[in-house]
Design a protein. Sequence first.
Length: 259
Amino acid sequence: REFEAEIRFYSGDDPLDVWERYIKWTEQTFPGGGKDGNLAAVLERAVRALHGQQRYYKDPRYLHLWLKFGDCCNEPLDLYSYLCSQEIGTTLALLYITWAEALEARGSFRKADLIFQEGLQRKAEPLDKLQAHHKQFQARVSRQTVLALEENADGDSMGLLEIAEPQRSSLADLKGRGKKKVRAPISRVGDAVKAMNPNRSCQPQASLQLPNTPSFAVFDENSVSGPEIPTLTAQSWPAPPVPKAKENELSAGPWNSGR
């Protein structure tokens, strides 16, 4: 109640300080999270209340608030793209480190390296911290590449980041899992793919030609060369990203009407 009153009647020149203390108090009081802490709702209110205040765009406190809110979203990668398009935290190394680690966790090693390169080109601060994380990332990818080459005796000398990232096959048969009830796995890369029909091609077509119609090329992100990152255009702000599914809450009602 004290924080809510302070936010409502605040008349100072640093409203971010109140929200930062409110969020820290919530995290310390409810370390396990859950419905009682209501941290996701507080973070959502904070980003809404401070939206558009460009004086905070280079403030590490403001970036920390956004990144915490990203942990509550269904798709944090969309949030990072939005921050970059709005120039929020683009001068801070933490944005690129968090973004690259999220891509690395999903196996997108090439995209993660591009994010690191973008941060290095912008000379995000602290630069030495960003360089150290980039070297650690390259070392992890190098170890995975060596292991992949050892397992594949016929492997050729592919690029460092190309061989480390598995390729998804379309229209490929999958190995079933389970003995009593066979289920098809979700993953369509690596050992999960098992080609049963030799006449079926599991590689995506580079182009498609239809009779009597102009040809068009199917875009392949793996064939894009160069370290450039596509230019992110500024997006409008209709609403903050969707947080994770909240717990079900039953509305109040009479107790003597049910059986």
